[in-house]
Design a binder for this molecule. Structure first.
Ligand code: GLN
Length: 484
């Protein structure tokens, strides 16, 4: 049951081979039995899940079901869920019960999906390994001594361990794609503005974007159908007509021009990872694509400017946690300043504090022009590199990450090395482009991700390429040892 695709589950539900209640019980039971090994959930919501499953079964009976009705899923704990703890992986929000649903949560509910629970994540989505979570690190089901990636590591581990068929994530600098790569999954970061940010707790608002993490391009396309759509409550939401992302999955790749950025296949990329990507490139050529070398000359500036822009926005966004309105409040404050200081000192972890300090510094009078403004100008150059590249090619192929999953504890005390694991993903966020990571093989039994970056709103094309690749490979069907 846990190895079925979303379409297979949907078909079985529509044919009444099993009910949504049965399916939900099945996955809740797996979570209960297995998640002690992975720590991928912060909150499990069995009562809510079973009530939603019952409603889904009624909908299936009455004939007004969608292809997603009755299918269990999990939300990253960054999405507000009404009446349910929404922690964002932080002690600051450990006591926070969201009073409303994020639009993404509403959209999944409207499609009739069943929420199993909320997944673990790096604190406020700041991290690449899930080690900054207040709720402890998540373990990678492929090798529990290694990290699942971050910040959507709980969602990725839960899908990889078959504790849920699919999950939501968010990606500010790589947080959907990098954990998807480390856990052998398919993860899509949509074009900025395609998925509503309403009720998605803000880290860096000009970069944050929600998206699906699943096994295959087809599964991811189905969940994107529910997640995407204009939302008047998000001022940066794109007023783009609804698309069905499954329509073009079977299109031929004949004539597809794939760009290979010289800057992505250079120093820093592990040779074994490169070897895996070589094989994938051959495979895509066999199904009709042509390969072209391209240049993205400002790539080396992406990580440095991301670590100005993202902390700057985070320092502003996180100023709302002041111990007054919601979240953690210190005991017995002496005065207002003491309340602010101690609530924030106690509520935030080390990585979040580091970012708030960097961001506050970069935005301060006297430094704003030298850091923030300069970073914004370089951001434009990075975007222009892509605009020029998409005049020559249809899609860009590269690694998702320079290495496979690293050991828990290996990089946690060395922030710069940790930051470099997002070197190939961050540019996509700075430019606002859609990008997908798909499983392309293994190095020492650890999954390797291949990244495809598309032009604005080319999600359907990315999913089409990923699907065609998955028709001739079975990397996405492999499951970690011991999970069945
Ligand atoms: N790892 C990056 C960071 O720490 C990206 C995180 C994300 O995409 N949310 O900021």
């Amino acid at each position: 049951m846990h190895n079925k695709t979303l379409s297979e589950l949907s078909q079985a539900l529509h044919l009444r081979e099993f009910s949504s209640v049965e399916l939900t019980h099945y996955f809740l039971d797996r979570i209960k039995r297995l998640d002690t090994h992975f720590n991928s959930f912060i909150t499990i919501t069995p009562d809510i899940a079973l009530a939603q499953a019952l409603a889904a079964d009624e909908r299936l009976q009455s004939g007004d079901a969608t292809p997603l009705t009755g299918i269990p899923m999990a939300h990253k704990d960054i999405f507000c869920t009404q009446g349910i703890k929404t922690s964002c992986g932080s002690k600051m929000l450990d006591n926070f019960i969201a009073p409303y649903n994020a639009t993404v949560v509403e959209n999944c509910l409207a499609a009739g999906m069943v929420m199993l629970g909320k997944t673990n994540m790096d604190e406020f989505a700041m991290g690449s390994s899930n080690e900054t979570s207040y709720y402890g690190p998540v373990k990678n089901p492929w090798d529990t001594k290694t990290v699942p990636g971050g910040s959507s590591g709980g969602s990725a581990a839960a899908v990889a361990a078959r504790l849920t068929p699919i999950a939501t994530g968010t990606d500010t600098g790589g947080s959907i794609r990098q954990p998807a790569a480390f856990c052998g999954l398919t993860g899509l970061k949509p074009t900025y503005g395609l998925v509503s940010r309403y009720g998605m707790i803000a880290f860096a608002s000009s970069l944050d974007q929600g998206g699906p993490i699943g096994h295959s391009a087809e599964d991811v396309a189905l969940l994107l159908n529910a997640m995407a759509g204009f939302d008047s409550r998000d001022s940066t939401s794109l007023n783009h007509p609804k698309e069905d992302y499954t329509t073009h999955l079977n299109n031929s790749l004949a004539g597809l021009k794939i760009g290979l950025p010289k800057e992505y296949f250079s120093e820093g990329l592990y040779p074994e990872v490169n070897k895996v990507l070589d094989a994938a490139r051959d495979q895509l050529e066999e199904v009709g694509a042509t390969l072209h070398e391209i240049h993205l000359p400002h790539t080396h500036l992406a990580v440095p400017i991301y670590y100005i822009i993202a902390p700057a926005e985070c320092s502003s966004n996180l100023s709302r946690y002041d111990g007054v309105r919601f979240g953690h409040r210190c005991d017995n404050p002496q005065d207002l300043i003491d309340l602010y200081k101690r609530s924030r000192a106690e509520g935030f972890g080390a990585e979040v504090k580091r970012r708030i300090m960097i961001g506050t510094y970069a935005l301060s009078a006297g430094y704003y022009d030298a850091y923030y403004l300069k970073a914004q100008k370089i951001r434009r150059l990075i975007r222009d590199d892509f605009v020029a590249a998409f005049k020559q090619v249809d899609v860009i192929l590269g690694p998702t990450t320079p290495t496979t999953a690293f050991k828990i504890g290996e990089k946690v005390n060395d922030p710069i090395t940790m930051y470099l694991s997002d070197i190939y993903t961050i540019s996509g966020n700075l430019a606002g482009l859609p990008a997908i990571s798909i499983p392309a093989g293994f190095v020492n039994q650890r999954p390797v991700g291949l990244q495809l970056i598309g032009n604005y709103l080319n999600e359907a094309r990315l999913l089409n390429i990923a699907h065609q690749y998955q028709r001739c490979t079975d990397w996405h069907r492999q499951s970690p040892p011991g999970v069945g």
